[in-house]
Design a protein around this ligand. Structure first.
Ligand code: HEC
Ligand code: HEC
Length: 325
């Protein structure tokens, strides 16, 4: 037996090399992996064209809702045609593809989960309350009345998007994927350098974005400064920002591979969220302070870690301390 193996060794060696090559091919074949991820996603947003809505009034309301999500500024921005109650950003700037993109803060789970108890307010929230939150924080403005045609349209659109999702479930691709925590604190100085390479050409050296002169809306939305989201917004939390940009930015360039490493995503998040932006007094948020997310950047906290550490990390020690309790 041994002598046979000895004499046949070139064959064994060849077989070994073939196995290695195949294993390497499989492990580096990212495009295939991403295809599988898309197929696995068990939520397909309904389409206004493929799933036509028979009732004309309903169809018009839902289409208007979609239009308001995509072009919010045209109707409700600083020069909006209906009311001037928000900062020039569009809901779609963060809820990508009109709230239908996997890992792009889509609206798949809203209809199925609201009214929802949320720790941030310590109360059961309606969809109206949640939409108002984004108007007041992400769009640093005011919400339209719940009885307005604008709110009714947004509401109808969100319900229609989520109509096929089972109650109290979250489809794959809901929310965002957060990068792994780093061993160190996220570093704004390192982030500034990566920002210049990957982000500046669209969002500007001062995070100001690029405006559409006619209507005070944006081609590239601002990331900081007076027209950006305020300090009460979801993106002001580092993990939300890092997760959002890792799966979605630079815009239209993230497909099979994330462009940004975990470190780059955290560091850019630290850089952007260390720049000036509108301040929201959010003293009513998180009435039970023990429920604050580990990266909520405002004290008081139920633990003894500093505001600085809760904002930039390192987050693992905070996480471990919580798990012990
Ligand atoms: C600057 C980014 C940004 C913009 C612009 C924005 N949102 Fe949001 N929105 C978020 C984030 C981040 C979350 C999730 C926050 C969290 O973790 O709770 C969210 C959550 C929501 C949710 C709840 C989703 C769920 O499944 O629980 C709704 C509904 C919503 N937004 C509606 C809107 C509407 C309507 C607009 C436009 C008026 C808007 N948002 C604009 C960032 C944004
Ligand atoms: C090719 C241009 C381009 C590049 C490069 C780019 N973005 Fe964006 N970004 C966009 C566009 C366009 C949107 C809005 C998407 C929409 O409305 O559909 C956006 C939206 C955003 C948003 C949410 C809205 C807001 O303004 O808060 C954030 C955050 C963001 N980008 C961060 C980044 C970061 C960080 C980088 C660098 C890693 C980056 N982007 C690179 C074009 C770009």
């Amino acid at each position: 037996m041994w002598s046979k193996i000895q004499s046949d060794w070139p064959v064994y060696l060849l077989a070994f090399v073939v196995v290695l090559v195949i294993a390497f091919k499989i492990s580096t074949n990212h495009p295939e992996k991403s295809l599988i991820a898309v197929k696995d996603s068990n939520w397909r947003a309904p389409s206004l064209y493929l799933d036509p809505i028979q009732n004309k009034q309903e169809r018009e309301l839902i289409s208007y809702g979609k239009e308001l999500i995509t072009h919010t500024a045209n109707y409700l921005g600083p020069n909006g045609s209906v009311k001037q109650i928000s900062n020039g950003m569009n809901c779609q700037n963060c809820h990508l593809d009109a709230g239908t993109k996997p890992n792009g803060f889509n609206f798949s789970a809203v209809a199925a989960n609201y009214p929802l108890f949320r720790d941030r307010s310590g109360a059961v929230e309606s969809i109206y309350k949640r939409v108002s939150d984004c108007f007041e924080r992400s769009l640093n403005g005011r919400a339209p009345d719940s009885t307005s045609r604008e709110y009714q349209a947004i509401h109808a659109y969100i319900l229609w998007l989520g109509k096929d999702v089972a109650k109290n479930t979250h489809p794959k691709g809901f929310g965002i994927k957060k990068p792994d925590y780093l061993q160190r604190a996220a570093d704004p100085d390192k982030g500034k350098k990566v920002y210049a390479i990957h982000c500046e050409r669209c969002h500007g050296a001062n995070g100001e974005g690029q405006t559409i002169p006619e209507n005070a809306g944006y081609i590239y939305p601002p990331l900081w400064g007076k027209n950006s989201y305020n300090t009460g917004a979801g993106l002001y939390r580092l993990s939300n920002f890092a997760g959002f940009i890792q799966s979605n930015m630079p815009f239209n360039e993230v497909s099979a591979h994330n462009k940004l490493t975990d470190e780059e995503a955290w560091d850019i998040a630290a850089y952007v969220n260390s720049q000036p932006r509108p301040i929201m007094k959010e003293s009513h948020d998180w009435p039970d302070i023990s429920k604050k997310p580990i990266d909520h950047p405002f004290g008081p906290y139920a633990d003894s870690f500093s505001e600085q550490q809760h904002k930039y990390g390192p987050f693992l020690p905070i996480l471990f301390a919580r798990e012990k309790n």
